[in-house]
Write a protein that binds this ligand. Structure first.
Ligand SMILES: [Zn+2]
Length: 89
């Protein structure tokens, strides 16, 4: 089956296909919105920063996030970069 645009990771302009994830409590696979944990975490951070009160810290965090997104965009495979937030959350 050929992937369509609808299967595309939601973190634009990420070119990868969103991976199905196994949901233990449902006992089934669901289509994820992102190609992996790194894109999911990057979007989560972006949304948080966009709704934050503008400040120098927020501007700096946004700059770091943009640098991170460039790394994500340079991947050959989604799995090259794992979860950004690790187990610290
Ligand atoms: Zn992605």
């Amino acid at each position: 089956m050929k992937p369509t645009d609808e299967d595309r990771c939601e973190r634009a302009p990420c070119p990868f296909i969103a991976e199905p994830v196994y949901i233990e409590s449902l006992g089934a696979f669901l289509m994820s919105r992102y190609c992996g944990d790194a894109c999911r975490d990057a979007e989560w951070m972006r949304r948080g920063l966009e709704t934050a009160e503008p400040s120098r810290d927020v501007a700096e965090a946004l700059r770091q996030l943009q640098a991170l997104c460039r790394l994500l965009d340079a991947r050959k495979r989604p799995s090259e970069i794992g979860a950004l937030l690790g187990g610290e959350q």
